[in-house]
Design a protein around this ligand. Structure first.
Ligand code: HEC
Length: 274
């Protein structure tokens, strides 16, 4: 009997501590880290939701959910103090995706808002059985005003910081010095930076590691026939398909045919720059 009691007690204590651990981590408030030369802050979700500029907004063309959505949200610029001197805002997310957004796009009429998932009003899962886009998600009310592509809608955001241009931090992604800044190769690099660098690297240069390096050890322009490469970028599953694939489709609305030409000119050129 004595043995039984002490065992029951031990099990009870174990369960209690497991319960405390669980409730403890549930109570942990998601935090958004801001890191700028003039602003270092950790903002808890509850405090963000109490911000006086929080509104309920309707996003007509939501990129992550592919349907109109309603959110509690804050104008992004309400939480960023002086970002005029900053070139690029970097958004890090929980899954290693990195969106580098030029600050010029923030004030161009596209209206960026930080959507905040309130604990009592959870958002739907992005994929069946998976997580939502919360707790923090960057949405745009008028993305067409500044050509905001789907790669500029980071979700499950953990941190926003100030960075200089990607090509200054990783000069190994630059075309050769002999290439003119108004050439197809250069334009292609800018398209690569805006649309592809959120997941890929070139010559080991870049912030994200979601997809393979596009020049090391080989460049897809070397091992894909051009027609298939174009089809792959437009719709990866049209060329290869498996359950875990994550590369998004780039329709002509987000990547025009002439932008595709420039992008491929850049990729082809980079085969000579390993
Ligand atoms: C959201 C992340 C993401 C973005 C943005 C993205 N890719 Fe990918 N890409 C991937 C992943 C992950 C793979 C590996 C295959 C997969 O899981 O779908 C991949 C695979 C590829 C491949 C095939 C490589 C191989 O050897 O199989 C090519 C080519 C490619 N991407 C080119 C691009 C280009 C060009 C862009 C920009 C227009 C781009 N990707 C944007 C995530 C991304």
């Amino acid at each position: 009997m004595k043995i039984f009691c002490s065992r029951t007690l031990r099990i009870f204590l174990l369960c209690m501590s497991a319960w405390l651990l669980c409730t403890g981590s549930n109570a942990a408030e998601p935090v958004l880290e801001l890191s700028f030369s003039k602003q270092q802050q950790r903002l808890a979700r509850a405090d963000l939701l109490r911000h006086p500029d929080v509104r309920t907004i309707e996003v007509p063309a939501d990129s992550a959910y592919k349907q109109p959505m309603k959110y509690r949200a804050l104008p992004l610029l309400s939480i960023l103090r002086d970002v005029r001197s900053v070139d690029v805002l970097q958004f890090k997310t929980e899954d290693g995706f990195v969106a580098n957004i030029p600050t010029a796009l923030l004030s161009g009429g596209a209206q960026p808002w930080l959507a905040i998932e309130a604990p009592h009003a959870p958002w739907p899962a992005l994929k069946a059985g998976g997580r939502s886009a919360g707790p923090f998600y960057l949405v745009w009310l008028a993305p067409e005003k500044s050509g905001i592509t789907p790669e500029l809608w980071p979700y499950q955001i953990t941190a926003i910081s100030e960075v200089t241009l990607l090509q200054n931090r990783y000069p190994q992604i630059l075309p050769a010095a002999s290439i003119a800044p108004d050439s197809a190769e250069y334009r292609g690099m800018h398209i690569y930076i805006m649309q592809c660098a959120a997941c890929h690297q070139i010559n080991g240069g870049g912030d994200a590691k979601v997809g393979p390096d596009l020049n090391l050890p080989f460049n897809p322009t070397e091992y894909f026939q051009e027609g298939f490469l174009r089809r792959y970028i437009r719709a990866p599953s049209a060329v290869r398909s498996w359950a875990q694939m994550t590369m998004p489709e780039f329709s002509e609305q987000v990547l025009s045919e002439s932008q595709m030409d420039d992008l491929l000119a850049y990729l082809r050129h980079m085969t000579q720059r390993r």
